[in-house]
Design a binder for this molecule. Structure first.
Ligand code: TRP
Length: 334
């Protein structure tokens, strides 16, 4: 069995790019019988960059409901909220005591924040930087090492965090015995990076996202607003230079993709291509959208699923943490 672990920071509202790039492939992988999956809502990571309590609460609900609506089976995987597992912050401290400060100094996110201070003429390089941001990679290492994950699917921006987790695990193993599996980052380049409505990568920071659960009419409207060039119907269009085509392709099978390619070559009008894209996406999201709404309308059920997941996670984390503490000398007195 391979243990695969995925964490999602709970600060935003899921959009089509999250669905295509992370949610859909992760759920597909979790259906593999040889995979033991852990999925968790990284709400303690959310605290690092978001001090809006309502937003964190809302995002946690939305993301939990999204994963369930998209087919995550909580009986097959371990699905939990990070903050329901007290063993994780406790492990974070054990790891903090072994982590070289110099290693954290080299973290991209921290360095970028320092860079930004300096380039804006700020005298204090650490202005506005919390210990949460600084120690972020240690909390992330604890998330991963707590369950001895073999693989962690991540975007390129997270690869360094995985290297740090391996580094920290290696140091623990060296001093206290081989307790931890060294986790591997898995970056899947075959998953399309979805462009947003302005053609750049779909991302909250560019404000060009299409939320995953827009009601039908609003989804259509959002797709109609995608930026295109000024070619008229009848004029051939280049699919490989079109955000609309990329969006279509992300939801289409091979045959549909070929047909749309052909239609572009034959000069399909932008309005018609947009309508087809809307119909394709809407057909795939209609059912999950209903399930999403049901989960959102039943927070008590959502909570129960997550509590159940936390109990499963702690069954592993509890004894493992005792073993680690014992290895470090924190042992029963008698
Ligand atoms: N840092 C990850 C992100 O921003 C979220 C995350 C937190 C995570 N802990 C994790 C991802 C553990 C994988 C494993 O995307």
């Amino acid at each position: 069995m391979t243990t695969v672990l995925t964490g999602i920071t709970t600060t935003g509202t899921p959009h089509l790019g999250n669905y295509v790039g992370a949610i859909r492939p992760a759920i597909a992988r979790s259906q593999d019988e040889a995979v033991n999956s852990y999925f968790f809502l990284a709400d303690q990571h959310a605290l690092i960059k978001c001090w809006e309590p309502e937003r964190i609460e809302q995002s946690t609900r939305e993301i939990a409901a999204t994963w369930l609506a998209c087919g995550l089976d909580p009986d097959k995987v371990v699905f939990y909220r990070q903050s329901d597992i007290p063993e994780i912050p406790e492990l974070t401290w054990l790891l903090t005591c072994l982590t070289a400060k110099g290693l954290m100094n080299r973290a991209h996110a921290y360095k970028a924040a320092v860079e930004q201070n300096l380039s804006s003429g700020e005298k204090d390089p650490d202005k506005g930087i919390t210990m949460g941001l600084y120690s972020y990679p240690i909390l992330m290492a604890a998330d991963i090492l707590m369950f001895n994950a073999d693989e962690v699917p991540v975007g390129k921006d997270q690869v360094q965090h995985l290297e740090m987790a391996r580094d920290i695990a290696g140091r623990f193993n060296h001093h206290f015995g081989g307790h931890f599996t060294l986790p591997k980052a898995v970056v899947d380049d075959s998953v399309a990076v979805l462009p947003g409505t302005d053609g750049r990568k779909m991302s909250k920071s560019y404000n060009n996202t299409i939320p995953l659960w827009l009601p039908e009419k609003k989804l259509r409207k959002a797709i109609m607003k995608i930026k295109t060039n000024s070619l008229e119907p009848g004029q051939p269009k280049d699919p490989d230079d079109s955000a609309l085509f990329a969006l279509y392709q992300a939801f289409a099978d091979e045959e549909q993709t070929q047909a749309m390619r052909q239609a572009f070559a034959e000069g399909i009008g932008w309005g018609e291509a947009k309508q087809k894209t809307f119909e394709l996406i809407n057909a795939q999201l209609a059912e999950p959208r209903q399930r999403y709404q049901q989960w959102m309308d039943n927070p008590a059920e959502l909570a129960e699923v997550l509590q159940h997941g936390a109990a499963k996670a702690r069954k592993y984390a509890g004894p493992f943490l005792q073993q680690l503490k014992h290895a470090m000398g924190i042992r029963p007195m008698a």
